[in-house]
Design a protein around this ligand. Structure first.
Ligand code: HEM
Length: 336
């Protein structure tokens, strides 16, 4: 996941044994993990007021701050190197297809629109954007991918159906590509049902109401912190029959086609919806299709799939996967 984001941002990859990569992954992993449920709802206050004085009294919040510092340090170095070595590519008229995010951002980052209005597109803000994309994109996608593996393990019938589709559409010889995605109703339904059933980011991030607002009969004063309850949308009987049952078929219509549900909103909603949604969906599809093509996922010897728990662990920020063991049994041909 780290290398995918690194290549989108800077068109670079780390070697797997690179210590810099290990440190960044640790930082991106630490921040969401150490948050304590009872204090999550105080975070805006910490960030808003205490953060200004660089005074963070709790150990877990201090660890989050250190993780941010590590990620900002990394983006500072990468952006400075890029500016030093690639002045020639910082040209807005350059062919866009082969350039990466940071280069395109920097080539237009003079802080002004074409009409001369002020924007946040500056070199300094790119540092924050890069750190945020790492923080937002690494653990969230890895967590959902681990959930997908756990659910394939637990629901062997789902795994079987999904693999049959992979075998029929892709086969075992070539690698899955994004052009296969539209033909793979069951795999798409499985991924959407996993997002609904799990809701790994159950309430997204905080938003600050920028003006006095009336919504659905409620008055919400300017300055209020609001969160959206995505988990509740996904588990409301009015939206989904038997919401606590894992059932990818709910998203397959009578003709066998996948139906995308506007009520499945794991990436949030509105203007501040997750900017990584398209990237994450592509990653998840390619990972799942490749796993199904290459491996049969089985529990350890003597463990029945029925006994495997799919009870998530909520830490106030996300719903994480319970510990589990899986055997990846290599597949060779469709009849295996
Ligand atoms: C399966 C994977 C992912 C899930 C479930 C997920 C979920 C979410 C959710 C629920 C939000 C909050 C939206 C809101 O408050 O309205 C969010 C925000 C965000 N996500 Fe993701 N995300 C995922 C992957 C990614 C990836 C791959 C990236 C970047 C490469 C990313 C970057 C961000 C950023 C920067 C924000 C903050 C946006 C803002 O505050 O305006 N996410 N994500």
């Amino acid at each position: 996941m780290g290398n995918i984001i690194f290549s989108v941002l800077f068109r670079k990859r780390w070697a797997y044994d690179d210590t810099g990569l290990a440190e960044l992954l640790e930082a991106a992993h630490t921040a969401p993990q150490v948050i304590n449920p009872s204090f999550y709802f105080l975070i805006p206050t910490f960030v808003h007021y205490l953060g200004r004085f660089n005074f963070i009294p709790m150990k877990s919040m201090r660890m989050v701050q250190l993780a941010f510092e590590k990620l900002s340090g990394f983006s500072d170095v990468e952006i400075s190197n890029h500016l030093m070595n690639n002045n020639s590519t910082l040209n807005p008229d350059e062919e866009q297809a082969h350039r990466h995010f940071a280069d395109i951002f920097l080539s237009t980052a003079d802080g002004k629109t074409s009409k001369g209005e002020q924007t946040y597109m500056t070199v300094n803000s790119l540092k924050g954007v890069v750190a945020n994309l790492f923080l937002g994109g690494l653990d969230s996608t890895a967590t959902v991918l681990t959930w997908l593996i756990l659910l394939l393990l637990k629901y062997q019938d789902v795994q079987k159906k999904a693999r049959e589709e992979v075998d029929a559409i892709i086969g075992r010889e070539r690698s899955p590509t994004l052009t296969d995605r539209d033909q793979m109703s069951y795999v798409n339904a499985f991924i959407q049902e996993t997002h609904r059933f799990v809701t790994a980011s159950p309430h997204g991030s905080y938003h600050l109401v920028s003006q006095d607002t009336e919504y659905d009969g409620y008055f919400i004063p300017k300055g209020t912190h609001v969160v959206q309850n995505l988990w509740a949308i996904h588990h409301d009987e009015a939206n989904f029959k038997d919401p606590f049952v894992f059932n990818p078929e709910r998203f397959i219509d009578d003709e066998g086609a996948f139906t995308k549900s506007r009520l499945v909103v794991p990436y949030g909603t509105g203007k501040r919806i997750c900017p990584g949604e398209v990237l994450a969906q592509r990653e998840l599809f390619l990972f799942v299709a490749t796993l199904l093509q290459k491996f049969d996922l089985q529990p350890p010897e003597g463990v029945s799939p029925d006994s495997i728990s799919v009870e998530g662990v909520y830490n106030g920020a996300g719903i994480f996967v319970p510990d589990f063991k899986v055997r990846f049994m290599p597949l060779t041909n469709p009849s295996t």
